[in-house]
Design a binder for this molecule. Structure first.
Ligand SMILES: Nc1ncnc2c1ncn2[C@@H]1O[C@H](COP(=O)(O)OP(=O)(O)O)[C@@H](O)[C@H]1O
Ligand SMILES: O=c1ccn([C@@H]2O[C@H](COP(=O)(O)OP(=O)(O)O)[C@@H](O)[C@H]2O)c(=O)[nH]1
Length: 238
């Protein structure tokens, strides 16, 4: 299968070499099993530290986003450092470069691409560009909820959402540089138009990524194409 894995910066914990190494081991394992694998790495706490400081200094949101992009590329280099020579030697800065690496049988690694989005959108765009079979968001919560679970203990996790429903859920989440969301709005729209099979799961344990790829099993949120005849969260709760 052709798989794009979006590694949330909060999950990669760049100051923890064991965590970075564990994610690299899973990605390498998938490649060794014959899968074509691309990884996109987020900015995490380091990005947010830079963004917070620069915001205090009066930088605008585009300047802050660019700081975030640069930080995601540093984190991407950390993942590359943990991967074997199967991986491209530097983070791809555009989708053509990443796609060419995948065609050569390499593990492509990306960070951010441009201001006004997050690496969630990079992951969705790369998945669409290479016609991926599966897009996995390894984030810091077990899926998409009807409210921020870190703020609302009553938040309910969606087992399944259509891509259109995902857009509706994400649309109200504030988007400033460094803001948090399980999937950003542009990513949700790209997932909707491309119909790429998508799963949002808690990637703290990298083995969950391997399991969803090889068995389809997970305890996160399935984002299914609109025409899916299986009931989604709202249908079940009418
Ligand atoms: N509706 C929601 N469903 C799930 N998580 C949400 C939602 N709204 C906000 N969040 C927040 O989004 C965070 C995940 O986004 P983010 O911090 O960008 O993680 P990552 O590093 O994986 O990209 C969660 O920790 C959660 O607090
Ligand atoms: O293509 C991109 C990727 C990232 N970012 C900026 O970098 C920050 C960190 O990226 P991301 O949110 O994906 O990191 P994570 O949430 O995974 O830590 C984002 O909030 C944006 O401000 C951006 O502007 N364009």
């Amino acid at each position: 299968m052709k798989i794009i894995v979006s590694l949330g910066g909060s999950v990669l914990a760049p100051r923890d070499p064991d965590r970075v190494g564990a994610h690299a081991t899973v990605i390498e394992g998938l490649a060794e099993e014959g899968h074509t694998v691309g990884a996109v790495v987020g900015g995490g706490t380091v990005a947010r530290e830079y963004i917070h400081t620069a915001r205090e200094l009066g930088a605008n949101e585009i300047e802050l986003d660019q700081l975030g992009v640069d930080t995601t590329r540093l984190n991407a280099r950390l993942l590359i450092a943990a991967l074997s020579e199967r991986a491209a030697t530097r983070p791809a800065r555009d989708y053509e470069t990443a796609g060419a690496a995948l065609r050569r049988g390499e593990i492509a690694v990306m960070g951010g691409v441009t201001p006004g989005q997050t690496t969630d959108a990079v992951s969705a765009a790369l998945a669409e560009y290479v016609n991926a079979d599966l897009l996995v968001y390894a984030t810091s919560v077990p899926g998409v909820f009807d409210a921020d679970p870190d703020e609302n203990p009553e938040a309910q996790r969606f087992e399944r959402l259509s891509a259109g429903e995902l857009v509706d859920v994400i649309a109200d989440i504030e988007m400033t540089a460094g803001s948090s969301a399980p999937v950003d709005l542009l990513a949700a729209k790209i997932i909707e138009r491309s119909g790429v099979r998508t799963v949002v799961l808690d990637g703290t344990d990298p083995e969950r990524v391997e399991r969803v790829v090889n068995t389809g099993e997970h305890h996160g949120t399935d984002i299914v194409p609109a025409e899916s005849d299986e009931p989604t969260y709202w249908a079940m709760n009418d």
